[in-house]
Write a protein that binds this ligand. Sequence first.
Ligand code: OOG
Ligand code: MG
Length: 259
Amino acid sequence: MDQNTIKKLADYVHSAYKENKEIKKITSELYPELTIKEAYLIQEELINQKLEMGHKLLGPKMGLTSEAKLKQMNVDNPIYGYVFEHMVEENEVNVDDYIHPKIEPEIAFILGENLEGPGVTTFDVLKATKFVIPAIEIIDSRYEDFNFTLPDVIADNTSASGVIFGNKHFDHTRIDLDVIGVNLIINGEVKDSSTSAAVLGNPVKSVAHLANMLSAEGKKIKAGVPILTGGITAAHLINKGDQVTVKYSDVGEVSFNVK
Ligand code: OOG
Ligand code: MG
């Protein structure tokens, strides 16, 4: 794929982001033969465009790391993208800032030292981790009906749009990271529940996998930035007026209102 096409397709996805309007997925007409490798080139161009606009990177995210998510989106592999500082939300989220937002309970890791693959193991991740925090990611596909192929969603920076972090951090050495239970509650009703083992058996593996995927691009995970490890349950739509709470065993809860 030549640089012109990369730029054209990144512009296409970015315009949907800027105008807050859904578009047809790239593979439906524009470029049906899009590969995963090409999709990451488009994602990189999109990230660079956002940086040029003055947005600041926050940290990397993994997506499609649980069976629930793979099944819901009908795809078959974990992917990565980037969260920007301006995407961080507090306890009130304006639904009009999004196209068709959905939420996912996640565990975020913060490292005390850089992590660089290849060959990063879960042991290396545990050694490098400083603490973990509970988080709710807000994903918002730029594509019509939240429908896409794996290359489409990679080009769309893995639907990254918003995130709410819990306000306490937790010592990962005192928690069984694979048995953090989550209850996703909307307007007092439990909509979904699962445990963190849903994320590749243990979210620690998601961080190792991320470090190893990034190393293929000559990149590493930097210390101090939050790393989203992927939705533990399927993603759930939010609507104006919703009160959202996710309760995590051992790591507290995260709540926000939708206005
Ligand atoms: C892609 C992003 C998935 C996760 O945690 O699995 C993701 C999508 O489902 O739109 O962030
Ligand atoms: Mg996610």
